[in-house]
Design a protein around this ligand. Structure first.
Ligand code: HEC
Ligand code: HEC
Ligand code: HEC
Ligand code: HEC
Ligand code: HEC
Length: 364
């Protein structure tokens, strides 16, 4: 009996080892080689050329002991601090500001972006695999993480709008009739003081649309909230974290008052660009629509066949109802198809939109 167990676990670890090795082989070495080649092709000095020639393909990780983090995002995102890569395709593009004050070797990336910081494939690192609760936080959702080290005094107004709005909505709807936050409020529902460490954004968002779809016996009422209200409430709740997730080390806490003229980083143009020499060497990532349907969180709210959530309509035969163009419009911006609806903006990139639209088109 125990002998078979040993044999079995040996086989299992070999299989898993091979799977992990396979994933390594497919992805990050390709980005690294492309980066070193591009530096060489675009370099102005011989020392830059030499630097590029001497680089080895390897896992890049920041071990940030003070934050209990091991951050590997730069294994693929190699050019964040290289000012010459503003026109390169992702994952090799220069970062839009903020890294001078939050240097990657001290902060890593996931403190601000979320994601699965140990992941070494795109889908795992970005939290886009089945059962993931570590999705990248995109667009306004990123504001939630700023509060780990900042307060409204040290954050510029452009970085606080969503959270402040969320607090107002919480007060207007008197959520503290039933919930406590930091010792204040009622007891009918769970204490929300640490809810941001317990629930991810998608669960929280979906629960506002329909509490009973997430928890059959819930007595929480459905509120008359708009898509933006739900988003802002969700972002505010994400800032409420337990002591393990909060940043407590003084070296990481911001103290200086904010510059009121600071601007939120411009969203970069999406998609591939061939403006740089060698940009065509960067491998393009292929998304699989069916996997992404689960990984991007659609399944939290929608059923296909027997499995999935019941927050939104079932989609088993959705291609009988809409054409592919409508799917694309919906996935780019749900408000375009359902102006008064509640489906969230998932901020998928264009390649992901196309892949999911392909998959939905097969559901006849
Ligand atoms: C295995 C390589 C890899 C790793 C590791 C990785 N990324 Fe990415 N990242 C990519 C690729 C490839 C893209 C471009 C996606 C595309 O073109 O569809 C990207 C794009 C992004 C974007 C732009 C948003 C988007 O959807 O296009 C953000 C933000 C990002 N990554 C953050 C992170 C963070 C934070 C981490 C660590 C938790 C991380 N990445 C780890 C490969 C990686
Ligand atoms: C201090 C917080 C912070 C840190 C640390 C940080 N970022 Fe960002 N990053 C941002 C903000 C804010 C944006 C603007 C994103 C937006 O509005 O969608 C951004 C934008 C990006 C984008 C472009 C996304 C897009 O849609 O245009 C990528 C890719 C990215 N960051 C990757 C990284 C990686 C990789 C690291 C680690 C080296 C990192 N970031 C570290 C805050 C941060
Ligand atoms: C892990 C902690 C941490 C996180 C997370 C963090 N910051 Fe900071 N931030 C700092 C520290 C430390 C400073 C240094 C200034 C100081 O000591 O007051 C700083 C400085 C700044 C500054 C002033 C310098 C500059 O670059 O203009 C801005 C603006 C800023 N942060 C914005 C943000 C935003 C926006 C986010 C969320 C996307 C964010 N920070 C997330 C710790 C953090
Ligand atoms: C009439 C009482 C009541 C009111 C008012 C109410 N809730 Fe709830 N809430 C509950 C109950 C009961 C639960 C537990 C069952 C469930 O998960 O739905 C709950 C659960 C939650 C959860 C999930 C917590 C967790 O960790 O599982 C969140 C988040 C939440 N409520 C937020 C809010 C917000 C924000 C408001 C105001 C818009 C609000 N609630 C108003 C009763 C209420
Ligand atoms: C947080 C819950 C939620 C998530 C996540 C979500 N949706 Fe939705 N979806 C809804 C709701 C609610 C509706 C109904 C329209 C509205 O209120 O906006 C809807 C409507 C739809 C419709 C139209 C259905 C019909 O019968 O008219 C499609 C198609 C759809 N969603 C696809 C997706 C896909 C694909 C994803 C993932 C990329 C996704 N949804 C993620 C909640 C969600």
């Amino acid at each position: 009996m125990s002998k078979w167990l040993v044999v079995f676990s040996l086989i299992l670890s070999v299989v898993m080892g091979l799977t992990i090795w396979d994933a390594y082989r497919q992805e990050f070495p390709g980005y690294q080689k492309a980066y070193f080649n591009m530096v060489e092709l675009n370099s102005q000095t011989t020392s830059q050329q030499e630097w590029a020639r001497n680089q080895r393909v390897e896992l890049k990780q920041q071990n940030i002991g003070e934050l209990r983090r091991l951050d590997r995002c730069q294994t693929c995102h190699l050019a964040v601090e290289n000012p010459g890569f503003t026109n390169a395709p992702e994952p090799l593009r220069t970062h839009p500001s903020l890294l001078d004050s939050h240097p990657p070797e001290k902060f890593g990336c996931a403190v601000c972006h979320g994601g699965n910081e140990r992941g070494t494939t795109t889908s795992i690192a970005h939290g886009e695999t089945e059962g993931q609760n570590k999705r990248l936080l995109k667009d306004e959702y990123i504001q939630a993480t700023c509060y780990a080290c900042h307060t409204e005094k040290t954050l510029p107004p452009q970085a606080t709008g969503a959270v402040i709005q969320g607090k107002i909505i919480l007060n207007v709807n008197m959520c503290l009739r039933c919930h406590q936050i930091n010792g204040e409020g009622g007891n009918e529902g769970p204490d929300l003081s640490e809810v941001g460490s317990r629930r991810d954004w998608m669960w929280t968002y979906a629960h506002f649309i329909n509490p009973q779809a997430m928890n059959l016996v819930s007595t929480m009422p459905r509120f008359q909230l708009s898509r933006d209200d739900i988003k802002h409430l969700t972002i505010f709740l994400l800032t409420l974290q337990n002591n393990r997730d909060k940043v407590t080390d003084n070296r990481f806490i911001a103290h200086k008052s904010a510059d009121p003229n600071w601007r939120w980083p411009e969203k970069q143009a999406g998609g591939q660009t061939n403006a740089m020499k060698g940009a065509n060497l960067v491998p393009t990532i292929e998304y699989e629509g069916k996997e992404l349907f689960t990984g991007a969180g659609c399944k939290t709210c929608h059923t296909i066949g027997q499995s999935g959530g019941e927050v939104g309509p079932a989609l088993s035969y959705i291609a009988r109802k809409y054409d592919r163009d409508t799917f694309v419009r919906l996935l780019r911006n749900p408000a375009d198809v359902f102006p008064q609806g509640l489906m969230p903006q998932l901020n998928l990139n264009e390649k992901q939109v196309q892949a999911v639209a392909d998959y939905l088109s097969t559901l006849k």
